[in-house]
Design a protein around this ligand. Structure first.
Ligand SMILES: *Cc1c(COP(=O)(O)O)cnc(C)c1O
Length: 456
């Protein structure tokens, strides 16, 4: 059979409000051509992010009812702890309300001025928390990871030579080494088991703990099964267990691969760091057996962790994301290759060569996707990264538009529709206008900046 069907039936539906092109043209103009300003009810297919947008299963919803809301020692906490422990055998497991809360606590303890934190690529909240503590975040992804056209199977790998040099020269100021799996900022690209193993060996040589930013651990494990020699016959569960056997701690946003709408955790083995983390947790999040979450959230995470490593689910997840990427490639639309786990990244600079980076080709495509098809995507280019700390403007390395695919939410016919909208845009792409910024805030401008189409 060539069709890999969605491995679920739909029990409860959320209607999509159908809109006309004229309505959408008005809606996007009213929010000054910034898709973050749109009401989600005015969006037909929302590909803004895969974070917190998963559909929960019937089992998770029944877990929500079972959730025990005791302040301390809730059975829901112990079920959550057990579910994490089965995959990630760390001594101390500390729930937080989302991933960045775990990062804030971790780097408050191990960061600080003069410290250096190496990573394959820090995600933006991770970098923000590292830098907020006064430390420096180093991105050491391999060269292939920076080339959108390279078909290397593990473009999320850390460059071991660079890591080895950094450890040799700065080991006294490095509290830990991190690996982000999959590498979100690099296009959702996986890290190989061999790379994790070798990173661990280097860390051990210098007595440094290895921490995993584990948001998409299950997608990463499935890529290892598909692409790395020796793993084809292993269960995803055993691959996950091996990945974490090399780590000394982790941060997690459960809004990704725990299939819930809110949640996260910090896990670690070091007793002193754990004690410090629990102190900060009590000040900022809550008591250690709920950490900023309800008992029902812990219950839903525990069930999500079992569901996310099911291979039928992962096959559907990886194949359905690649399906969109392949269709765009077949149409001649340039994308970041190979397709990662959670999103397709369109290379807007090559797709719209008539729009200079200073006129934000990614933003132009985001606006066209919305006007033409009611699709919401996210610019990851010079709107997001072009503004320098000194106030000047410099084009970003790439002008990408990310189509992030929520887990278990859309069917193949939704994706076929997205592909058709791209066909339509392709036909008229030479007529898409550049964009100019008419207002912007001092930082993180992509969320609230206002735009206007340029006139030809
Ligand atoms: C989403 C994400 C985070 C932050 O998690 P939040 O739950 O959004 O705070 C950290 N690292 C990576 C790789 C992520 O994708």
């Amino acid at each position: 059979m060539k069709t890999i069907i969605e491995p679920f039936k739909i029990k409860s539906v959320e209607p999509i409000r159908m809109t006309s092109r004229a309505e959408r043209a008005m809606a996007i103009r009213n929010v000054h051509y910034n898709a973050f300003g749109l009401k989600s009810e005015d969006v037909m297919i929302d590909l803004l992010t895969d974070s917190g947008t998963s559909a929960m299963s019937a089992a998770q919803w029944s877990g929500i009812m079972r959730g025990d809301e005791s302040y301390a020692g809730s059975p829901s906490y112990y079920r959550f702890e057990e579910a994490v422990h089965t995959l990630m055998p760390f001594k101390y497991i500390i729930p937080t309300h989302q991933g960045r809360a775990a990062e804030k606590i971790l780097f408050s303890i191990v960061g600080g001025s003069g410290k250096i934190i190496p990573n394959n690529t820090h995600f933006d909240t991770t970098r923000a928390n590292v830098e907020f503590s006064g430390a420096i975040g180093l991105d050491l992804v391999i060269e292939e990871g920076k080339d959108p056209q390279s078909e290397y199977p593990f473009k999320g790998n850390i460059d071991l030579k660079k890591l080895s040099d950094v450890l040799a020269n700065h080991h006294d100021v490095i509290p830990l080494v991190m690996l982000t799996i999959t590498n979100n900022s690099g296009g959702g690209q996986p890290v190989s088991m061999q790379n994790i193993r070798e990173t661990k060996a280097l860390c051990a040589q210098y007595g440094k703990p290895l921490f995993i930013d584990a948001c998409r651990f299950a997608e990463n494990a499935y890529f290892i099964k598909l692409r790395e020699e020796g793993f084809a016959n292993r269960t995803v569960k055993s691959i996950v267990q091996e990945m974490f056997s090399y780590a000394d701690g982790m941060t997690m946003s459960a809004k990704k691969d725990a299939l819930v709408n809110m949640g996260g955790w910090l896990a670690l083995n070091d007793e002193q760091w754990a004690a410090g983390a629990r102190n900060l947790l009590i000040i900022t999040e809550g008591f250690p057996t709920y950490g900023g979450l309800s008992g029902r959230d812990l219950e839903a995470m525990a069930i999500g962790l079992e569901e996310v490593i099911q291979e039928d689910y992962l096959q559907y997840r990886i194949v359905s994301t690649a399906y969109v990427g392949q269709a765009l490639t077949d149409m001649g639309i340039p994308i970041v290759r190979p397709v990662g786990g959670h999103a397709v990244y369109v290379d807007a600079k090559s797709f719209l060569p008539h729009i200079a980076p200073s006129s934000y080709p990614g933003q132009s495509l985001v606006v066209a996707l919305y006007e033409m098809g009611g699709i919401r995507a996210c610019e990851i280019g010079s709107v997001m990264f072009g503004k320098q700390p000194d106030g000047t403007e410099r084009p970003a390395a790439m002008e990408l538009v990310r189509l992030a695919i929520p887990r278990r939410v859309y069917t193949q016919s939704h994706m076929d529709y997205v592909i058709e909208v791209f066909e339509e845009i392709s036909r008229q792409k030479d007529r898409l206008p550049g964009m100019k910024i008419t207002w912007e805030p001092p930082m993180l401008r992509h969320f609230t900046a206002q735009f206007e189409p340029e006139t030809f």
